[in-house]
Design a binder for this molecule. Structure first.
Ligand code: F6P
Length: 514
C-alpha cells in the first residue's frame, strides 16, 4: 500500500484554488519547473494549478514509484493478482538477450518474432491488396491508430480494421475487396473474444461465398495471439501465427506482434523506429531524477488534479488528425488500467481515477469546448500537436488555435474584459479561467516521436497506479462483461433460458413478443 500523502498537499490544494493562474504567471512567466523536453516532445504543464512549493511536496510522492518501477523493468510479477510480469518494455528493448523471465531469455524471442514479422511483411506486399485486422480493444486500437498516424509505405496493402459485432462495419470493410486478394489477421490475445471470433467465422464464410476454394480459405489468415494452440486448432498455419506472451497486457500490446498491421502498412523501418522511441522513453523513465522525469510529471499531475483538486474527467485533445484515435487508445490504456476500487490487497479504496475522453481538438473547438470554457466543472486538458511548419499558413493557424485555447482556458476573461451586446448580462460572456492543461508540443509525428509519446503515457499510467495503490495490469471488470453477453444472447434466442441479471425480464418479454 502507498505511503499516506503528505498532509501539506491538502493545504496546498485549498491555497491554490484561490490563486489565479494569471497571478502564478505574473510571478514566474516561465514556470519551467513544470516543463520537460524529452525525445523531441516539449511537455508544457505550466498551465497546471501548481506553484513551486506544492510541486516540491508532490515530488515527495514520486519516491513511491520504487521498487515497482525496477520490478517492472526486471520482468517481475508486477501484475500481482494474475501473478504475471508486464513485458511491454521488453518488447522494445534492443538488447539481443539479457532479460530472463521464468527461465526464458525473452529478448531473443522478441527479436525472433521481429524477424518473422519483417519477412512476412515482405511477402504480403506483393501477395495481397487488402489486409483486414479482426480484433478489438488492445488488439485493435494501437495498430488502428498508428496506421492512421504513419504514411502508407510504397507498395503496401490497404490495411483496414474491424472490431465490433455490427455486421455493417464488416460489410463496409469488405466493400470493394477482391476475395482472392484479401488477407485477414485474427488479432486476439486470448483467441476467445466473441466479437473477433464471430468476425473470423463471418469472413471465412465470405471467402467461400466469393468463390475461394474451401482448401484455400485458411491461406488467407494469420493470427497474432498469446493462445497459439487455439489459433492452430482454428486451422491457421503455424507459419502465420505470431505469438506474444500472457505477460503482455492487451492495452500495452501494440509493441508486440499485435503491431503487425503497422509493419504491413508503414513498413518494418517505421515499426523499428516506433520501438526505438518507446525504448528511449523507457530509459528516461528509469534513469531521470524525479524532478526532471516526464512520466512522473504526468503521473503526479493526475494525482494532483483528480485526488487533490477533485476533477472527475480528463480530456485528450489531439490537434493532428493523424492522432484522432489517440483519445480512444488512452481511454483503454488509462480507464482499463486505473478504473478500479480494490487496491493491491483487495481492500476497497476511493481511487480518483478520471474518466478519459476526447476527440479532434479542432472539431472540439466548435463543439465541446463550450463546456470546457464556461461549464461548471473543471476538466484538465491534454493537448497534443506537432509544431508543423510555421511558414505554412494552415499549420500556423492550427498551432494558433491550440495555444489560444489553452491560454483562454487558463487566463479566462473577467466581466470587466468582456464586451456584452446591449441588454445582455456580462456573466454570459465571462470565462472563469484557471482551467488546467498540459501541452505536448511534438517536433513531428515520426514513428520515433509517437513511440516515445505512447510510452510516456504508459509509464505515467503505471506510476499513478502505484501512487493510488492499485494494479495497472488486470481487468476483472471487463472480463466478466465478456461472459455475460454470451449467456444473454442465448436467453434472447431461447425463452426457456433464464436471463442473467435482475433487470431484464420485462424487456426480454417485449423483445421476444414484438
Ligand atoms: O475487454 C477486455 C479485453 O480483454 C481487453 O483487455 C483486450 O484488449 C480486449 O478485451 C481483447 O481481448 P483479446 O485480445 O484477448 O481478444
Amino acid at each position: 500500500m502507498p505511503e499516506p500523502y503528505p498532509e501539506s498537499l491538502f493545504h496546498h490544494a485549498e491555497r491554490l484554488r484561490k490563486i489565479p493562474l494569471r497571478t502564478l504567471f505574473a510571478e514566474d512567466r516561465e514556470r519551467s519547473f513544470l516543463c520537460r523536453n524529452i525525445e523531441g516532445i516539449y511537455v508544457d504543464a505550466s498551465r497546471q494549478r501548481l506553484d513551486a512549493a506544492a510541486w516540491a511536496d508532490l515530488l515527495r510522492v514520486a519516491e513511491q514509484v520504487e521498487p515497482a518501477r525496477s520490478d517492472l523493468f526486471a520482468g517481475m510479477p508486477v501484475n500481482e493478482t494474475e501473478n504475471r510480469p508486464a513485458l511491454h518494455p521488453a518488447l522494445r528493448d534492443p538488447r539481443p538477450e539479457g532479460l530472463v523471465v521464468e527461465g526464458v531469455d525473452i529478448l531473443s524471442e522478441v527479436h525472433r518474432q521481429h524477424q518473422r514479422m519483417r519477412e512476412f511483411a515482405e511477402t504480403c506486399a506483393t501477395r495481397w491488396q487488402t489486409v483486414i485486422n479482426l480484433g478489438i480493444g488492445g488488439s485493435d486500437l494501437g495498430p488502428r491508430m498508428l496506421c492512421e498516424t504513419f504514411p502508407r509505405a510504397s507498395g503496401a496493402p490497404d490495411v483496414r480494421f474491424v472490431s465490433t459485432l455490427d455486421p455493417e462495419e464488416l460489410n463496409a470493410a469488405l466493400h470493394g475487396c477482391d476475395a482472392n486478394q484479401t488477407f485477414f489477421i485474427v488479432a486476439s490475445k486470448t483467441f476467445t473474444t466473441e466479437e473477433t471470433q464471430r468476425n473470423f467465422s463471418a469472413v471465412k464464410q465470405w471467402l467461400v461465398e466469393q468463390g475461394v476454394g474451401s482448401g484455400e480459405v485458411m491461406e488467407h489468415f494469420a493470427a497474432t495471439t498469446a493462445a497459439t494452440d487455439r489459433a492452430q486448432e482454428s486451422g491457421i498455419d503455424a507459419q502465420r501465427i505470431f505469438p506474444f506472451w500472457e505477460g503482455v497486457g492487451g492495452r500495452y500490446s501494440v509493441w508486440s506482434t499485435v503491431g503487425l498491421p503497422v509493419v504491413l502498412h508503414a513498413g518494418w523501418g517505421a515499426f523499428e523506429e516506433l520501438l526505438a522511441g518507446a525504448h528511449a522513453m523507457d530509459e528516461h523513465f528509469r534513469e531521470a531524477e524525479a524532478e526532471s522525469n516526464a512520466p512522473l510529471l504526468l503521473a503526479l499531475l493526475m494525482l494532483w488534479n483528480h485526488t487533490f483538486l477533485g476533477a472527475a474527467t480528463r480530456a485528450v485533445l489531439p490537434y493532428n488528425q493523424g492522432l484522432r484515435t489517440l483519445p480512444r487508445f488512452l481511454q483503454q490504456l488509462q480507464m482499463e488500467s486505473l478504473g478500479k476500487r480494490a487496491d493491491t490487497h483487495g481492500e476497497l479504496q476511493e481511487v480518483a481515477a478520471p474518466v478519459v475522453w476526447g476527440g479532434s481538438a479542432n472539431d472540439g473547438a466548435h463543439a465541446f469546448f463550450q463546456l470546457l470554457h464556461q461549464g461548471s466543472q473543471v476538466v484538465p486538458v491534454d493537448a497534443i500537436i506537432a509544431r508543423g511548419d510555421l511558414e505554412n499558413e494552415r499549420e500556423r493557424a492550427l498551432l494558433a488555435q491550440c495555444l489560444s485555447q489553452l491560454d483562454l482556458l487558463a487566463s479566462g476573461r473577467t466581466s470587466e474584459e468582456v464586451e456584452p451586446a446591449d441588454g445582455v448580462a456580462p456573466g454570459h460572456y465571462v470565462h472563469p479561467g484557471d482551467r488546467p492543461s498540459t501541452l505536448f508540443l511534438m517536433e513531428d509525428l515520426s514513428p520515433r516521436r509517437v513511440g516515445a509519446l505512447l510510452a510516456l503515457f504508459e509509464h505515467a499510467t503505471f506510476s499513478v497506479a502505484v501512487f493510488w495503490g492499485i494494479n495497472a495490469f488486470d481487468q476483472f471488470g471487463v472480463e466478466y462483461g465478456k461472459r455475460l453477453s454470451r449467456s444473454l444472447a442465448e436467453a434472447l434466442q431461447d425463452s426457456s433460458v433464464p436471463a442473467p441479471g435482475h433487470t431484464l425480464d420485462a424487456l426480454l418479454d417485449r423483445l421476444r413478443h414484438r
